[in-house]
Design a protein around this ligand. Structure first.
Ligand SMILES: [Zn+2]
Length: 220
């Protein structure tokens, strides 16, 4: 895997700051609010993920104009944040995403783990979710959770940082792709426990419709 060049690192940090500054009052802000990720009670908790809105794209980011920006934050030795990559989600109403993905990665970028900052909090339990929004949602529910960029984006090397935990909660959607995702992870991680969502639901929709305690209740 190619190392991030200093120029790429700087550009990703600049993009994160610019898009995060454009979030307030944007369509991305509204999208997150509908997912229970903004509003007075959760705004401060969500802010640390530095989500953003691509109002004014950096050079090369023109295809992502109008999208939600999701930075993959890491931390540096001096305690600052840095950005390993960024993904984008289309927010256009009624869009069928025919000439682009609903979620888009930067060209040539391999799947990476989202929210790896959750890995350093404890060595007892960790969650893994199928997408970034579900990882954020579960983390806000008090379960430090990393995300993979989609059910089919699991890579075997992702297992290494997860093997040291007493328990890995594999949170998966209540659909076929989600069950296959869980099946694969349970086969690769001896410490994994599957946490299925109700039919047709994901972590975020469960928490939005039934509250944070509903997620914990499924983890047994
Ligand atoms: Zn679209």
């Amino acid at each position: 895997m190619a190392r991030l060049s200093p120029a790429r690192r700087k550009s990703l940090a600049e993009a994160t700051s610019r898009y995060h500054a454009a979030l307030a009052g944007s369509p991305a802000d509204e999208h997150l609010a509908n997912r229970g990720l903004l509003g007075p009670s959760v705004k401060d908790e969500t802010a640390k993920f530095r989500l953003g809105y691509v109002a004014d794209p950096l050079p090369g980011h023109e295809p992502y104009r109008g999208m939600l920006a999701i930075p993959y934050l890491r931390s540096t030795l001096d305690g600052q944040w840095s950005v390993a990559t960024m993904r984008f989600r289309c927010l256009r109403e009624g869009c069928e995403h025919t000439d682009h993905g609903k979620y888009m990665s930067l060209p040539g970028d391999p799947p990476r783990l989202f929210n790896t900052l959750a890995l350093v909090g404890n060595d007892d339990e960790i969650g893994i979710a199928e997408g970034e929004i579900d990882a954020i949602t579960a983390t806000l529910c008090g379960i430090p959770t990393v995300g993979v960029p989609g059910a089919d984006a699991w890579r075997r090397h992702f297992r290494e940082p997860l093997l040291g935990y007493a328990r890995v909660w594999v949170m998966h959607d209540g659909d076929k792709a989600g069950r296959m995702f869980a099946h694969k992870l349970l086969a690769e991680l001896p410490n994994a426990v599957g946490v299925g969502m109700p039919d047709g639901q994901d972590v975020n929709s469960l928490v939005v419709s039934h509250g944070r305690a509903a997620l914990r209740e499924r983890m047994t």
